[in-house]
Design a protein around this ligand. Structure first.
Ligand SMILES: Cc1ncc(COP(=O)(O)O)c(C=O)c1O
Ligand SMILES: NCCCNCC[C@H](N)C(=O)O
Length: 352
């Protein structure tokens, strides 16, 4: 949070929490002291941001539905449409409510190491790519959103891609009616060693050159290493390797591990005793990863899985009916506060 506040101070950019990454609203009262507001991906997210985070609320969706657009506009300060079709359908309503209207632009370049999360993938549906088509409607717009960074730890890569955006769309950014530009999320400026000052200078120079307010939409960068998934060992077995079954699941509680074929992170991951730490669902591949421990694991042992805030609670599900982890906030004064727990009724009510 302090790094985000510093980036805002140095660059003049505004930082909006990307709710798609993290929506655990019980900690929003802390986060909103360091950020300017939130950005969303749906009617539910925009209402959550408007009601629980406050500040400036941006509404974006790949596609709004006619029955929701009025409520979206009532719960947002800016609305960003994903396509010219959506702009044509709902732009008038937005103007009628005096909401600044933006358009997502697909710059056709991304650093994403995952095709699955690459907004510039072939045949991408994410944003408009043709500068001439955008120019034809620019009088309806006051801003743009470009999201093409994904886990980008390289300032040079960000700088290069921003240069590509300027080369292809700079003439549109200089249009008189364009007052703001969001550069999306995926910039990992909170990682140790990231040249925050260089990023800030680049953002400020961009804002000055085009006379626009710059926005960033940090998801991961807002919550990196800020949460753990606390699990307990239920059973120990062996099948060529030591197996530790825990009271959780990758598919239900850390889905991105399966989606992106990544291991969890357990520290210090040292010692002579190696185990596959496995989930308790029927999915054969429900495995957090292989880790080393200083002592043999026992039933009842507690294991902390690191960096568990991003794209976890927002993606959690009741697969196999596995008990849902409670949400506990470790307050800055050292106390731990149980803010939410889930039981059978939540499971049953999620199904019909
Ligand atoms: C439009 C937009 N903004 C922000 C984000 C947040 O990205 P990250 O969590 O990588 O910072 C995403 C992620 O998909 C996004 O699609
Ligand atoms: N560790 C893999 C996570 C990839 N995150 C992609 C986030 C992006 N904002 C998206 O949702 O596509």
């Amino acid at each position: 949070m302090q790094r985000i506040a510093r980036l805002r101070e140095l660059s003049g950019a505004k930082a909006l929490l990307a709710l798609k990454c993290f929506s655990t609203w019980s900690v929003f009262p802390l986060m909103c002291q360091y950020m300017d507001g939130s950005t969303s991906s749906s009617l539910h997210e925009v209402k959550l941001g408007f009601q629980k985070f406050g500040g400036e609320t941006h509404a974006y969706s790949v596609a709004f539905a006619a029955h929701e657009i009025d409520e979206v506009l009532a719960n947002s300060d800016k609305v960003i449409f994903n396509s010219l079709g959506q702009l044509a359908r709902f732009g008038t309503a937005a103007h009628a409510t005096h909401k600044p209207v933006g358009l997502r632009v697909n710059p056709g370049t991304s650093n994403s190491p995952y095709l699955l999360a690459d907004p510039a993938r072939p045949h991408s549906r994410l944003g408009e790519a043709d500068p001439d088509k955008i120019a034809a409607v620019i009088d309806q717009l006051s801003g743009f959103m470009f999201h093409n960074n994904c886990e980008n730890r390289s300032f040079e890569s960000f700088d290069h891609m921003l240069g590509q955006i300027e080369a292809r769309f700079g003439h549109l950014l200089q249009s008189e009616g364009i007052a703001w530009v969001s550069l999306g999320g995926g910039i990992h400026f909170c990682d140790e060693g990231y040249p925050l000052e260089q990023l800030a200078a680049r953002l400020r120079a961009f804002a000055d050159q085009y006379q626009v307010q710059v926005y960033l939409e940090p998801g991961e960068a807002s919550i990196t290493n800020s949460a753990t998934l606390e699990v307990s060992v239920l059973d120990i077995n062996v099948n060529g390797k030591q197996l530790a079954i825990v009271d959780s699941s990758t598919e239900a509680h850390m889905l991105d591990l399966l989606i992106y074929n990544l291991p969890a992170r357990i520290e210090p991951n040292t010692g002579e005793h190696a185990y596959l730490v496995c989930g308790k669902t029927c999915l054969a591949g429900d495995i957090f990863g292989e880790f080393r421990f200083e002592a043999p694991l026992q039933v009842g042992d507690r294991i902390s899985i690191q960096d568990a805030a991003g794209y976890t609670m927002v993606k959690k599900n009741w697969f196999n009916g596995v008990g849902m982890p409670s949400i506990v906030v470790a307050r800055l004064d050292g106390t731990e506060e149980l803010v939410q727990s889930f039981g059978f009724d939540d499971y049953v009510n999620s199904l019909s």
